[in-house]
Design a protein around this ligand. Structure first.
Ligand code: URA
Ligand code: SF4
Length: 193
């Protein structure tokens, strides 16, 4: 097994926080582990828990519309992960202790992938990955660089389903993502590895 598959197998066995008692499946993530662009959501919902894959429900369908608008494919040129890998009951926000318990998995994914760009989907991911006081409505679409990696947060697809008026704003975020990919990535659009 390669290091990525080893990590996945270990993660699928995890019992490091109490979410393991209510989950059906661990959602490790999906996509190309060699991608230069990493998307980070909040945590699995009911559909994801059933299928063991991220963003497969209604918000996932909307995410795919945005990805397609800038020629990204979840199989080929990105990877999609979550802050917590197991579903919080009733889809509540993951608790601080659950985030802390789960973050080593995301860090390990990050370390192996070495992404050039990280896109946070929604407030929870942005506050963990960018800044604890990140204000998603004000700061979405803005780029910040940390340790040579570019970070941006956009509105969570589930929030866009609740507030469709914000959908055009999100398209602008993805347009800036396309520009940033063209600026800093080598093989995302040309030759996905
Ligand atoms: N919402 C998320 O934040 N992550 C998923 O995987 C699905 C819905
Ligand atoms: Fe382990 Fe993360 Fe699932 Fe908690 S949420 S049991 S830390 S994989």
């Amino acid at each position: 097994m390669n290091p990525w598959e080893t990590l996945r197998e270990e993660c699928l066995q995890c019992t490091n926080c109490s979410l393991h008692t209510t989950r059906k499946q661990v959602v490790f993530g999906m996509g190309n582990p060699k991608a230069e662009v990493l998307f980070v959501g909040e945590g699995p919902g009911a559909n994801e828990d059933e299928q063991g894959l991220p963003f497969v429900g209604r918000s996932g369908k909307l995410l795919d519309v945005y990805l397609e608008s800038i020629q990204l494919s979840r199989e080929k040129n990105i990877f999609i992960a979550n802050i917590v890998k197991c579903r919080p009951p009733q889809n509540r926000d993951p608790l601080p202790e659950e985030r802390e318990a789960c973050l080593p998995w995301l860090r390990a994914q990050f370390k192996q992938m070495k992404p050039k760009i990280v896109v946070c989907l929604g407030r929870v991911a942005a506050q963990v990955m960018i800044r604890p006081d990140f204000a998603i409505t004000k700061e979405h679409g803005q780029w910040t660089q940390k340790n040579n990696i570019w970070f941006m947060a956009t509105l969570h697809p589930a929030a866009l389903l609740r507030n469709p008026n914000n959908k055009p704003m999100a398209f602008e975020d993805y347009a800036t993502l396309r520009d940033k990919i063209e600026e800093v990535c080598e093989h995302t659009y040309t030759n996905p590895l």
